[in-house]
Design a protein around this ligand. Structure first.
Ligand SMILES: [Zn+2]
Ligand SMILES: [Zn+2]
Length: 270
């Protein structure tokens, strides 16, 4: 890594349905890369908690507890809660009794829709895309109002698929008021904004959110940012983190946050 304090605080092991490598393998890779700190954050999709995720969450917690990182690697236990606003009781149950260091809150699907990954955008009129995004911002506001998370994961996630995979242009200017509402609510609530570097190795080709939105967050007074690769295998771990740190510097940030016991530790972007 080029940066002394490079951390990867968003990634998945095989405890996630779409993860490929064991928690131990991910941790060993973090050590080999020389990361300053490593936080594993397996999925919990809250609306499918009982039938699909409760056992996975319990297994992930046990596996993280049995890891013995070496060579001075700081290892922290996290979770990525999907759609906590859609089933707050399930979100609370996922957190109950487990002293996570870091909780990411994400919206992967809006109510009554599949994950943005699965939606069919072919031939979709502009109004349809606009309404999907409008619902997405709204659910982010609901999640922030719920508030039992530390960082908002991959803001602009729908664009990874709408723009990146399907090549449909989206004019975010038409959503600027809604985005400002989300960023302002996030800042007021004291939660962090994640820079997710997965987009750098995907078709969309930029971080989620990207430089203009990070600048906007900074202009509005936001200072809490976290960094994650969203790797689902050892090969992708920490990919794009160095570039993400440079993007943050370009947006005006001097520090980023590493969460330990749900509290931000500010580290320099050097
Ligand atoms: Zn996610
Ligand atoms: Zn993720």
């Amino acid at each position: 890594m080029q940066h002394a304090f490079a951390c990867d605080c968003h990634n998945h092991s095989a405890c996630s349905p779409d993860g490929h490598d064991s928690a131990a393998a991910m941790c060993a890779r973090a050590q080999a890369l020389g990361l300053y700190a490593y936080t594993l954050t397996d999925h919990c999709e809250c609306q499918k908690f009982e039938e699909r995720y409760r056992a996975r969450v319990e297994t992930a917690w046990e596996q993280m507890g049995s890891l013995t990182p070496q060579n001075g690697l700081r290892f922290y236990r996290g979770i990525e809660l999907g759609q906590p606003n859609q089933d707050t009781a399930a979100a609370d149950a996922a957190l109950q009794g487990r002293a996570y260091d870091f909780v990411i809150g994400s919206i992967h699907n809006i109510r009554d829709f599949e994950d943005f990954f699965f939606l069919d955008y072919t031939g979709a009129p502009e109004g349809y895309i606009h309404s999907l995004l409008t619902a997405y911002w709204q659910e982010l506001l609901e999640m922030i109002a719920w508030g039992r998370f530390d960082a908002l994961g991959h803001l602009t996630y729908p664009l990874r698929y709408i723009q990146g995979e399907h090549g449909i242009p989206v004019d975010l200017q038409k959503h600027q008021d809604a985005i400002d509402q989300v960023l302002t609510a996030l800042i007021k609530s004291g939660k962090a904004l994640e820079v997710n570097t997965s987009g750098l190795r995907q078709k969309i080709g930029r971080t989620l959110p990207d430089l203009p939105l990070l600048k906007r967050y900074h202009d509005l007074g936001g200072r809490l940012v976290t960094l994650g690769s969203d790797a689902h295998c050892t090969a992708d771990l920490a990919k794009g983190i160095d570039q993400g740190m440079e993007t943050l510097k370009a947006a005006g940030f001097t520090h980023f946050a590493l969460y330990v016991q749900r509290r931000p530790q500010m580290l320099p972007l050097e």
